[in-house]
Design a protein around this ligand. Structure first.
Ligand code: MOS
Length: 694
């Protein structure tokens, strides 16, 4: 094999790995300069009302404090696309934690002390922050997140349910969940006349630039946004966040470069979160477990700032061959922080509920849960009737069962006792759609034999720049180390967001096209390259978002083994194994990291991650990592991730599907199903903490 035959799919090491582990990688808050100032925000302490006075005198008297911005003196902004960015524009407090002032100072310490000294007086109004399944203000929206219809119906699901041999009618609850990336949301802004440069911890610089242009009334070409290194986002940096707007405002007001890094405890209120979802599943089946009716109804909340509807009933439209079906979303606008994208929005909570219900059905009809899913495998996408471009769910289930040793399982609940421990195993399916966005890329051949590829990608910890180099090397027929890649700079041109597991497909398609074009230009050429090299460009706008005649989704299967301690109520996951089918896997090393990263986040969702909206204060009780428990190393016992390679010509030039999110989809259901197998008790509310389990 030649180097180019092995470059796609090879376990290439992360290009920025050394910079990260040696601490030389610079993040948004680390662009220092002699004149840089720091900002610290003041969050609202009431759940609903208005600011009637801000007394900044004590703050301004502190040494080092440069300015206190409030709705009264802050620059007037244009209308943003996203109303959560209209910061310091009005006295209105739509939820607790909304920023009502910003202190700018010479040092971080002075800014923080200044923020503590600001006195805000509110006029408070009664707030409603409690979601219930029968909330009187819940309504059916026009569409759910992602533009999906809120309601779909096929046949007569109620009639079919009523006459089904097996019937299951159950509810599940997923609490609010927080993204909490390792690097908090941060921005550093600098103005030079009418030019704005921003270093932003973001999943996409183009989206940040577009919003800053609207807000500050500037043409986009006067704004540069860079996000060279980003310490995670999980969706919460998929849209611009208040800190970048506030940093730019503060920099304009003070004439200084300003950094604003949000304190961890302020994140839950202002960077989005996964909204809680209340699920009702009604499954009807024949005596062999073949579905006759499937209804998935979801009730969730949004804020009063904007409508965001977690599309948790959408995966039910993709998964199983039910002849009658209803999927429905309902939402209530409450006085709560605005929810937003969090890793596998929709699929993650939706598949927890659906895959838990499928397990309950398997027990009810006495069919093995792997076999039950295989029996309900559809020929075409259930809702749309479209053929699948590829669908290897059955292969994932079979391969996973074989690797896991599923055939040794005693199907009887509570059949595995080891002293005080109850041992059980569970399975769940996973799915995530194939998404792709437009963008530009360029490839330059340099006289020395190297290549420079420029694409406005963002690497949020996924290894994006590494896999893009592989895609380029493959298309150029060049060795991997001859390809340099520049990313995460809005001046490169439009790049879509590192979200929806679409990054590699979106940026990669443009990179592939530019490199293939350059390779063609070089092929017939005998004269030496000019000093500046030879450049080819690509722009995939208009192609990338064309509607496919195929239903395109990745699939997977999770297998979990748990040990439930009957003395403490603690659930330990002793094995976690996933098999995924996501087209061609382009980098075996970083792909595995994405899969097990998702599974680990799913483990947290299953066992420890819990957030409660305090009805008295309108605040999330768990707002830091001391109270919001993400898995620690000791909780994660060597998760295993494997994949089934798919050859799918209906995706993109690389033949890949997205892999960033599918790892979290279904994990919590597999764990919950294993807990049922272990204990014989069905818990229908996450997370499975000792107080619930005991
Ligand atoms: Mo991901 S939640 O689509 O950034």
């Amino acid at each position: 094999m030649t180097a180019t035959e092995t470059v796609l799919g090879a376990p290439a090491e992360r290009r920025e790995g050394r910079e990260k582990v040696t601490g030389t990688a610079r993040y948004a808050a680390e662009y220092d300069s002699a004149d840089r100032a720091h900002a610290w925000p003041v969050p609202a302490t009431v759940a609903r009302g208005r600011v009637i006075a801000v007394d900044a005198a004590a703050a301004l008297a502190l040494p080092g404090v440069l300015a206190v911005l409030t709705h009264e003196n802050a620059p007037r902004l244009g209308d943003p696309d996203d109303p959560v960015l209209a910061v310091l524009q009005s006295p209105r407090v739509p939820h607790r934690g909304w920023f009502v002032a910003l202190v700018v100072a010479e040092t971080l310490e002075a800014a923080r002390a200044g923020a503590a000294a600001v006195r805000v007086t509110y006029e408070t109004e009664g707030a409603d922050v409690t979601l219930t399944a029968s909330h009187p203000e819940a309504y059916v929206p026009d569409s759910a997140n992602g533009g999906f219809p809120a309601v779909t119906e096929k046949g007569d699901p109620d009639g079919a349910f009523a006459s089904s041999a097996a019937r299951l009618d159950v509810g599940y609850t997923v609490p609010p969940l927080h993204n909490h990336p390792m690097e908090p949301h941060a921005g550093t802004a600098r103005w030079e006349g009418d030019r704005l440069t921003v270093y932003s911890s973001s999943q996409g610089t183009s989206a940040v630039r577009a919003e800053l242009a609207r807000l500050f009334g500037l043409p986009e070409d006067r704004i540069t946004v860079r996000s060279e290194h980003v310490g995670g986002g999980f969706g919460s940096k998929g849209t611009p966040r208040p800190e970048v707007v506030l940093a730019a405002m503060a920099a304009r007001e003070t004439g200084r470069p300003v950094t604003l890094a949000l304190p961890r405890r302020y994140l839950p209120a202002v960077v989005g979160h996964r909204a809680p979802t209340l699920h009702r599943l009604r499954l009807g089946a024949d005596a062999d477990g073949r579905l006759t009716s499937l209804t998935h109804e979801v009730t969730t909340y949004t804020s009063r700032v904007k409508e965001f509807v977690e599309q948790a009933a959408v995966p039910a439209r993709v998964m199983y061959a039910a002849p009658t079906m209803r999927t429905l979303h309902r939402v209530a606008a409450l006085d709560v922080p605005t929810p937003s994208w969090m890793r596998a929005p929709g699929e993650c909570p939706g598949m927890y509920a659906l895959e838990s219900a499928m397990d309950e059905l398997a027990v009810e009809v006495g069919v093995d849960p792997v076999e039950l899913r295989i029996r309900n495998e559809p020929e075409t996408e259930p809702e749309s009737g479209k053929p699948f471009s590829s669908r290897s769910l059955v292969e994932c289930l079979r391969d996973g069962a074989r690797r896991f040793g599923w055939e040794r399982r005693d199907p009887r609940p509570r059949s595995g006792e080891e002293g005080p421990l109850l041992i059980g195993t569970g399975v769940a399916s996973a799915t995530y759609p194939v998404l792709v966005g437009p963008g530009v890329a360029s490839a330059r051949a340099l006289p020395g034999g190297d290549f420079l590829v420029r694409v406005n990608a963002t690497d949020i910890g996924t290894g994006a720049r590494t896999v893009l180099a592989q895609i380029a090397a493959d298309a150029l027929g060049a060795p991997l180390d001859a390809v340099r890649v520049e990313i995460a700079d809005s001046d490169i041109g439009f790049g879509s967001v590192a979200g929806g597991s679409s990054g590699t497909a979106s940026w990669g398609s443009a990179v592939h096209e530019a490199c293939a074009r350059l390779s063609g230009m070089l092929a017939g050429r005998s004269e030496p390259l000019p000093e500046e090299g030879l450049v080819a460009e690509a722009d995939t706008s208009g192609k990338a978002d064309a509607e496919s005649p195929y239903a395109r989704h990745a699939f997977g299967a999770h297998f979990a083994e748990v040990a439930v301690d009957t003395v403490s109520g603690e659930v330990r996951v002793t094995r976690l194994l996933g098999v995924f089918a996501a087209g061609r896997i382009l980098n075996a090393r970083t792909a595995r990291s994405q899969f097990i990263g998702g599974m680990t986040m799913g483990l947290g969702m299953a066992l420890t991650e819990d957030s409660t909206m305090d009805p008295a204060f309108g605040d999330f009780t768990q707002s830091d990592l001391a109270s919001y428990h993400v898995p620690a190393h000791a909780d994660v016992v060597a998760p295993e991730a494997y994949w089934v390679e798919e050859a799918d010509d209906h995706l993109n030039p690389m033949g890949s599907k997205g892999i960033g999110e599918i790892g979290i989809v279904g994990t919590a259901a597999a764990v919950g199903n294993a807990v049922h197998h272990a204990t014989g008790i069905r818990f229908r509310e996450l997370p499975l903490t000792p107080d619930r389990v005991l």
